[in-house]
Design a protein around this ligand. Structure first.
Ligand SMILES: [Zn+2]
Ligand SMILES: [Zn+2]
Length: 302
C-alpha cells in the first residue's frame, strides 16, 4: 500500500466556510411523516441524515469527513450501518460446539406501539416457557431481533442455543398462536446467522418506514435472555442471570437524534484519537462518488 497522502490542508477555506444557521425545511416524505407522529427531533435528525459532515483530524494529521447520521433503525441510510454494528457486537457470543436453532416467529395484527410492545413480551414469555420445561442441566440462551416484514405482521428472528430437546412441538407450544419456523444450524454458522438476524430489507414506502419508527419508538428490538457465554478474547465475564446479561450488552441509548459525539472518534487509518476540526459543513463536496463518506486518503483536492 502506498503511503496515503493527506491532500486537504487544515487551512483549507472550506473548513471555515460560513455556516448557514437557519435550518432547512423538513420536506422528505419520511421526515414529514415522523413529524406527523410528533417525533420532532427524529424528523429533524432524519432530514439532516448525511446532509452534513464534521471534519476530523488525528494526531498524525490525517483528515477525513464524518457524516452526521440519524441512527434510526428504519432509515435506509442508517439501517444497514446499525445492522453491521449489531453483527460485530453479538459476534462475541459463544454458542458452544453444539448445533443451535434459528427460529422465526410471526404474528399478524394491526401494527401499533401496543402491538410492538405486546409482541416483545410474547417472545420473552415463550423463551421463559422453554426454560421452564428444559432439561435440568440445560443452559438455554437466546438473542432475538424484531423485524417488520409487512404492514400486518411482526416477526422475531431468534438464535437459540443450549436446548438439547429440539422437538418442533416444543417451540410451537412456547409461542402458541404464532407462525413458527425452526431450523437447526451447525455452530460454525453462528456468524452467518447473525447477518440473517439483523440484515433485512426495509419497507420501500418512506411513510410506512416512519410509521414503523413510531411503533418502535423508545422500544428495544434486540434482546438477549438466558445463559450467555462470551468468547475468551472479550474482556467481559460469562453470566447466567438475566439482569447481568443486560449489563453485558447495555442498550446503546437509541435517541434517534443525530447529536453527533464530537469526541470518542478514532482515525480510520492509524487508530489514534481524533478531534473535530471544523464546524458543521454541508456534506455535498465531501462525499466520495464510490466510497460515500468511508474514505479519507484520496481526497479530491480542488
Ligand atoms: Zn439516517
Ligand atoms: Zn491518523
Amino acid at each position: 500500500m502506498s503511503t496515503p497522502t493527506r491532500s486537504i490542508s487544515p487551512d483549507d477555506p472550506r473548513l471555515t466556510e460560513q455556516i448557514i444557521e437557519a435550518e432547512s425545511p423538513i420536506e422528505s416524505p419520511q421526515a414529514l411523516r415522523l413529524l406527523a407522529h410528533s417525533l420532532t427531533a427524529k424528523a429533524r435528525a432524519h432530514e439532516d441524515c448525511e446532509a452534513f459532515v464534521y471534519m476530523y483530524r488525528c494526531a498524525n494529521d490525517h483528515v477525513w469527513p464524518v457524516a452526521l447520521t440519524c441512527h434510526q433503525r428504519f432509515c435506509p441510510k442508517c439501517g444497514e450501518r446499525i445492522a453491521r454494528k449489531l453483527v460485530r457486537k453479538y459476534d462475541a457470543i459463544d454458542v458452544g460446539a453444539e448445533p443451535f436453532l434459528y427460529i422465526e416467529i410471526s404474528r399478524y395484527g394491526k401494527l401499533s406501539p401496543e402491538f410492538a410492545e405486546e409482541f416483545g413480551k410474547f417472545i420473552g414469555a415463550g423463551f421463559k416457557h422453554l426454560e421452564r420445561y428444559a432439561a435440568a442441566d440445560a443452559q438455554l440462551g437466546t438473542l432475538w431481533n424484531t423485524i417488520v416484514p409487512a404492514r400486518n405482521r411482526l416477526t422475531a428472528r431468534l438464535i437459540l442455543w443450549g436446548d438439547g430437546i429440539r422437538a418442533y412441538t416444543r417451540y410451537v407450544e412456547a409461542w402458541a398462536g404464532a407462525y413458527v419456523k425452526v431450523s437447526v444450524r451447525p455452530a460454525h454458522q453462528f456468524h452467518e446467522s447473525l447477518h440473517h438476524l439483523f440484515e433485512w430489507k426495509l419497507p420501500k414506502d418512506a411513510k410506512f418506514r416512519a410509521d414503523c419508527e413510531f411503533y418502535f419508538h423508545g422500544r428495544r428490538m434486540v434482546h438477549t435472555m438466558g445463559t450467555l457465554h462470551l468468547h475468551k478474547e472479550t474482556p467481559l465475564e460469562s453470566t447466567t442471570s438475566d439482569e447481568a446479561v443486560e449489563e453485558l450488552f447495555p442498550p446503546t441509548p437509541d435517541t434517534g437524534n443525530n447529536s453527533n459525539a464530537l469526541t470518542g472518534h478514532h482515525c480510520p487509518h492509524c487508530q489514534s484519537p481524533a478531534i473535530a476540526m471544523s464546524q458543521r459543513l454541508k456534506s455535498a463536496s465531501y462525499r466520495h462518488p464510490q466510497h460515500g463518506f468511508n474514505w479519507w486518503d484520496d481526497y479530491p483536492h480542488r
